[in-house]
Design a protein around this ligand. Sequence first.
Ligand SMILES: [Zn+2]
Length: 319
Amino acid sequence: MIDLKSLHSLLRCPGCATPELIIGALTGDLVCRSCANRYPVSDGRPVMLTADNDVFRQDDYRNAVIVDTHAEGFDWQRLIPNPSVNLASERVLGRLRELLESLPSAVVLVVGGGQQRKWLDQRLGAGDSIQLVYSDIDVSADVDLFCDGHDLPFIDAAFDAVVTTAVLEHVLYPERVAAEIVRVLKMDGILYSELPFIQQVHEGAYDFTRYTLSGHRRIFNGVRELESGMVAGPGTALVWAIENFALAFIVRPSLRNIVKAAVRIVFGWIKYFDLLLADKPAAMDGASCTYLLGRKIDGRVPDVEIVANYVGAKYLKHS
Ligand SMILES: [Zn+2]
C-alpha cells in the first residue's frame, strides 16, 4: 500500500491543475496553495473532489469505510455459478507484470479499484519495486484515494502503467476520462483496459454506454496497441441475455436473486462455448467484453488505422 508521502508527490489539485498541494498543519487536509481548494483526508485516504462536483460530494467520504462484500459470513452468491468466462485477464496481466518487471521500478494507477486490491496486487507482483495506487469514486471501495475520473488528481506522466477494468461505461463523459488516463501515463507507459460490449445494465443509475472492440481502440487512441481481444465472448453474452430476459419480469429483490441463481444453474454451461470461440474473428462482433493492452505514444493512432484493423465477420469498406 502506497504511503501518503509518496502519493502526495504524484498529486495535483483537480480544481486548478497545479501541484501546489500542502498538508494542513492542524487538520491534515490537503490544501491547494494556488486556488485554496481543500481536500479532506479520510483515514489516510485523500478525497480529491472539488466542491463544485455536482454528482459526488466531499462530505459523503469523510467517514468512508471499506465494505468487502465477500469477506465474512455467508455469501449466497458463492453458491451461484458465475455467468461469464475470462479468456484474457490472467494471461495479459502476466504480460503487463513482465513489462513492469523490466523497469527499475514502477508505479501503477488503478482507476476504479473497487475491491480488486488483493487480487491485482498478486497478479502484478506489488512490492518494493512495483507500487500500485488504487483509486475509485465508490465510497466503500478499498482505495488509496477517492477521485473522479473526469479530473484525475495526478500530475502529467505520473505513472508507468494504468489498469482500468469496466470503468468507462459508468462515467458521464468517457472520452474525457480516457484522455485523463492517457495524460497521467508516462510516454511509453502501458495501459491495460477492459470494457464490456454485449452486457446489460449492471450499475443501475451509473451505467451509460458500451463499446465494440473498434470503439475501445478508438477511445484510447493515445496508446498504440500491443495486443487486444476478447475477455468474454458470445457464450457469456447469451447467458447474460437469458438472465436479464428472465429478470425483466421480476421486481422483488429476493425473487430476483432466486431467478438469477436458477438461470445460471440451468444455462450457465453456455458460457463455455467461449473457449471454442476465443480465436474466431466472427465471435468478436458479439463479444461480451474486450481488452486492450497498449503503450502511450506521442500523438494518436490515426482513425484510418483503427478502421483498417477491425476484427469481426464483415470486412466492410466504404472505398
Ligand atoms: Zn488548486
